[in-house]
Design a protein. Structure first.
Length: 338
């Protein structure tokens, strides 16, 4: 029964991934260019990031994803430039996806601390799969303990490559942010079968607000410094063809610790519940330009938390400390920390 559940779950995942070339992280603000190319350069300094996700570790087969990103702000040109490398691997069919993207955003100052950023990103992607190596129950000869024949899932070409575009807008100041973005604008055909339709565009709307709390004191044994304290609330909605996803969350930052909670799902859609997960996030600002975040997805869907084991996610970001010391880092920082 458990093996049957594994096959069903991974088949569902394969169909879902076949409809998307985008890696979706729970800590999507820690991989901002995956959320909106307009976030490129909005930190005001140079930064590098790494994200890793292990989904459904309790199953015999699992999905692992990563992202490597970097961006910087060009002060004299009001522009941000960056790069993004995504990848994921699903072990059941050995489906693998890698893409490399370059992003650019132009920022317009609308007031003393308000900005409008418009961003674009170009991607080149490579996908490969090994359907013919999947062993189905119909191939098993239980009496002899051998695998008989093939699974009939033969394809002519195991690998596909294509180029794509993404774009987005982001309006923000020190208290709120609101953005829209679109991915797979060129609607590439990434299917390994010739009779499949092109990929639909994925639309995203996201935003939130930050409430400054009364500052406290931090004693570092040499002097007292003011502790930043804030509460942020945010939402994220995305649609791709007939599929929808909604997330709402909060993040409490008590320097140097960040604690967050997200709900993912739409309570009622097409007269059916669409509960997906509850996500707990904890992050640390190590004070030397390094930020570390960890999150865990508690599965709420019918798949069950005990069956899937949820999902683990880790993020690392490094801000170039010399630029921070030179006061190049902006006071305005849109989005959650993680």
């Amino acid at each position: 029964m458990k093996r049957l559940l594994v096959y069903i779950v991974l088949l569902m995942l394969l169909i879902h991934e076949g409809q998307s070339q985008q890696v979706l992280f729970s800590q999507f603000y820690a991989a901002g260019q995956n959320l909106n190319p307009a976030l490129t350069g909005t930190a005001g300094v140079s930064r590098l990031g790494l994200n890793y996700r292990n989904q459904w570790p309790a199953l015999d087969q699992t999905v692992q994803a990563f992202a490597v990103s970097g961006d910087t702000f060009l002060e004299g040109k009001n522009s941000g430039v960056g790069f993004l490398i995504n990848g994921f691997r699903e072990t059941f069919t050995q489906l693998q996806h890698f893409d490399v993207g370059l992003s650019y955003a132009y920022q317009v100052r609308l007031g003393e601390r308000s900005f409008l950023s418009a961003g674009v990103m170009g991607n080149y992607s490579v996908r490969s799969v090994a359907f013919d190596e999947v062993i189905l129950s119909s191939q098993l000869d239980i009496d002899r303990g051998v695998v008989v024949g093939d699974n009939g899932l033969m394809i002519d070409d195991r690998q596909k490559s294509f180029a794509d575009l993404a774009a987005g807008l982001l309006l923000y100041n020190h208290r709120f942010w609101l953005g829209v973005s679109s991915f797979q604008i060129t609607r590439p055909n990434l299917s390994f079968l010739d009779n499949m339709d092109r990929l639909p565009i994925r639309w995203s709307a996201h935003g939130g607000m930050r409430i400054d709390l009364e500052k406290g004191n931090i004693n570092d044994y040499f002097n007292n410094s003011r502790q930043e304290r804030s509460l942020a609330l945010a939402f994220h909605y995305q649609q791709k063809g007939p599929f929808q996803q909604f997330e709402i969350g909060s993040e409490l930052f008590l320097e140097p610790i960040s604690i967050g909670l997200w709900y993912r799902g739409i309570p009622q859609i097409n007269e059916l519940p669409n509960q997906e997960s509850l996500i707990a996030v904890v992050g640390f600002d190590l004070g030397n330009g390094m930020e570390v975040g960890y999150s865990y997805d508690f599965t709420l869907s019918g798949l069950g938390w005990q069956n899937t084991g949820g999902a683990h996610e880790l993020s690392l970001r490094f801000y170039f400390i010399q630029e921070i010391l030179n006061n190049r880092r902006r006071e305005v920082r849109p989005g959650f920390r993680f």
